[in-house]
Design a protein around this ligand. Structure first.
Ligand code: AP5
Ligand code: MG
Length: 221
């Protein structure tokens, strides 16, 4: 793989629970790209109790989008830092057409990977998810259990469930995705940037497909 041949500014698009964060955390490291998850940045702000976190918390718990201006401010701040210069994987941004326009004004995008999965499996993946509150590692009680009990393999912290993985919030998140985010598929298809990815099978199988996909440019071989 020759680094220069790869797209460097990548968006991961797909419904809640499809595996965006799981794949981004592996593939970004391999390609030397920044993994930029707006969900992770917002959860960190909530944990800190910052002004942004206090403004975002209620929206996130309910499964609704956080207001565009708040998310754009953290995204812009993060993209301006030196470690974003080599390229990035955006995981969780944009989520609606206004965000896509705001992103286009900030930076060009090379590829948009659209994660596709049977909706029944999304709910299963979300129900079994556990997160490390210290390092952010993503586990699943069924498909990716930690080695010992419910503790992080890396730092031993007790794993937690996300507040928005409760069934009521999951339902809202899926509706928000269908109404506000799914129209971006057509938007990016129209721009010639959309690359569909079959997100079924094991995380390793998805990662292999993703690596192959990222070796080719849209419209290329
Ligand atoms: P965000 O954190 O972005 O959540 P999301 O889009 O709902 O996506 P998830 O993180 O739930 O799923 P994922 O695709 O990353 O799946 P994962 O890899 O964890 O956003 C949360 C909230 O923040 C939003 O609701 C909103 O309030 C706010 N927000 C964020 N960005 C915003 C924005 N731009 N604008 C406004 N508001 C914003 O995998 C899920 C589970 O499946 C895990 O347990 C994993 O181990 C397992 N798994 C992964 N891959 C596989 C596989 N291949 N097979 C089996 N299991 C698998
Ligand atoms: Mg995620």
């Amino acid at each position: 793989m020759t680094g220069g041949a790869h797209p460097r500014r990548i968006v991961f698009l797909g419904p809640p629970g499809v595996g965006k964060g799981t794949q981004a955390s592996t593939v970004a490291k391999e390609l030397g790209l920044l993994h930029l998850s707006t969900g992770d940045l917002l959860r960190a702000a909530v944990a800190e109790g910052s002004e942004l976190g206090r403004a975002a918390d209620g929206h996130m718990r309910a499964g609704r989008l956080v207001p565009d201006d708040l998310v754009l401010a953290i995204l812009r701040g993060r993209l301006e830092r030196p470690d974003a210069r080599a390229g990035f994987i955006l995981d969780g941004y944009p989520r609606n057409l206004d965000q896509a326009r705001a992103l286009a004004a900030l930076t060009p995008i090379d590829q948009v990977v659209s994660f596709e999965l049977d909706p029944k499996l999304l709910v299963e993946r979300l129900a079994g998810r556990r997160l490390c509150p210290v390092c952010g590692s993503i586990y699943n009680v069924v498909s990716r259990p930690p080695r010992v009990g419910e503790r992080c393999d890396k730092d031993g912290a007790a794993l937690e469930q996300r507040p928005d993985d409760r069934p009521e919030a999951v339902e809202v998140r899926l509706q928000v995705y269908a109404r506000q985010t799914a129209p971006l598929l057509e938007h990016y298809r129209h721009e010639g940037l959309l690359r569909p990815l079959d997100a079924s099978g094991t995380p390793a199988a998805v990662a292999d497909r993703l690596r192959r996909l990222l070796q080719t440019h849209p419209g290329g071989a």
